[in-house]
Design a protein around this ligand. Structure first.
Ligand code: FDA
Length: 364
């Protein structure tokens, strides 16, 4: 008999299992995929650690979380500084003095602020009715047209004029020549890839891959005293209140016979006419100098039941439905629901580390 059956070998399930084992608990981890790691899984292709489910950059300001991750592997000094390509123009992200200089030729922060103020005065929207108005209201027309509109419309699959304004609450604008995407104190990529971290977390713990919880639910539940469930909460309750909606993604990985394809790990394509949202060149996460390179084109796609769920659509309807599932989940005394799918919430990795450590400490 196991103490815990852990459904999902992603970051949440693996941290839970690792900490429970340290406290002497017996765990069985299952995953329906044929590999561990969930969405942080990296696969070695051409000696490059490829982020199979999209670019993953670890960042946090929480020293405990940073130290926790660093006990498994060392992190490199990678700093995320994405580039945006709009038609033939190339811009630095996040919006900073380099971006403003390229857009308007301005050189000082005062000039940049004046330019943005001019743009905001031209529109003068008091109550933004949709995402387009909200974005223009925050950063002006030029940045919106070139760097936000097409990308956002591809991401959501609908026009910015029909997307609700609340999606964009604020748009960080930086008046320094600093291309670092994140403001966090700590940032990097694990040397050797994320899978190495998960392997270390699960060392000495029984793992069964290609094992879908719902195919053998009763039998699996009988193997353990408690269950940690990191799959989809609506599926757990047999979709009795309906399916929670997501946006999905399609990744096209390519091996190229060239050493350096785009000179940067992350390049966003912000015009609507280019069908993918970004191209990732994985070797640049690790300053690789291999003779070949691996790139991934990322497409944002509609989701329907059965597709891979990536981004929850947290509108009022879905959030209300989630609350109904959550009420049922709270009554399941022997099941702990955790992670991005069970909580129907977008979580960064550092949030997952915090959450998983908190939950396992409450338990044991
Ligand atoms: P995760 O989905 O990883 O794990 C759940 C596991 O449960 C999966 O392996 C799944 O197969 C399994 N499972 C589900 N149902 C099951 C069933 N019925 N039976 C058996 N197994 C089942 N974060 C960050 O900090 N920096 C970044 O740069 C990025 N980048 C990024 C890009 C993209 C495209 C996405 C979608 C997400 C990110 N993230 C990120 C977020 C990061 O991916 C996320 O925080 C963690 O992967 C969440 O870990 P979980 O364990 O919660 O879920």
């Amino acid at each position: 008999m196991y103490d815990y059956l852990i459904v999902g070998a992603g970051l949440f399930g693996s941290i839970f299992a690792h900490e429970a084992k340290k406290k002497g608990k017996r765990c069985l981890v299952i995953d329906k995929r044929n590999h561990i790691g969930g969405n942080v899984y990296t696969k070695n292709i051409e000696d490059i650690n490829v982020h199979i489910y999209g670019a993953h950059i670890f960042h946090t300001s929480n020293k405990e979380v940073w130290d926790y991750m660093n006990q498994f592997v060392e992190f490199n000094r990678y700093t995320n500084s994405p580039i945006a390509i709009y038609k033939d123009e190339l811009y630095n992200l996040p919006f900073n003095m380099n971006t403003f200089n390229k857009l308007w030729g301005v050189k000082t922060p005062a000039e940049a602020k004046r330019k943005i103020q001019e743009q905001l005065a031209e529109v003068n929207i008091t109550e933004p009715k949709n995402l387009e108005e909200q974005a223009i209201n925050l950063v002006g027309k030029d940045i919106y047209e070139k760097l936000i509109k097409g990308y956002t419309e591809k991401q959501w699959g609908i026009k910015a004029t029909v997307l609700p304004a609340f999606i964009i609450k604020r748009l960080p604008v930086r008046f320094t020549y600093d291309n670092n995407y994140f403001n966090d104190k700590y940032q990097g990529i694990p040397i050797g890839g994320y899978t190495k971290i998960i392997e270390k977390m699960l060392d000495g713990i029984e793992v069964r891959l290609d094992t879908d919880f719902f195919k053998n639910k009763d039998e699996l539940m009988n193997l353990a005293n408690k269950v940690v469930f990191t799959g989809m909460i609506d599926e757990y309750f047999d979709y009795k209140f309906g399916a929670l909606e997501y946006r999905s993604l399609r990744f096209e990985h390519e091996i190229l016979n060239e050493e350096n394809h785009q000179g940067n790990a992350v390049v966003n394509y912000t015009e609507y006419e280019v069908p993918y949202t970004r191209i990732i060149e994985h070797k640049h996460f690790e300053f690789g100098i291999q003779p070949k390179t691996v790139i991934t084109k990322e497409y944002s796609t509609n989701w329907s039941k059965g597709d891979d769920p990536y981004y929850p659509i947290n509108n009022d309807t879905n959030n209300t439905t989630y609350q109904k599932y959550k009420e049922l989940a709270d009554k399941e005394t022997n099941v702990i629901f955790g992670g991005r799918l069970a909580e129907y919430k977008y979580y960064d990795m550092h949030n997952i580390v915090e959450q998983a450590l908190k939950r396992v400490r409450e338990q044991i």
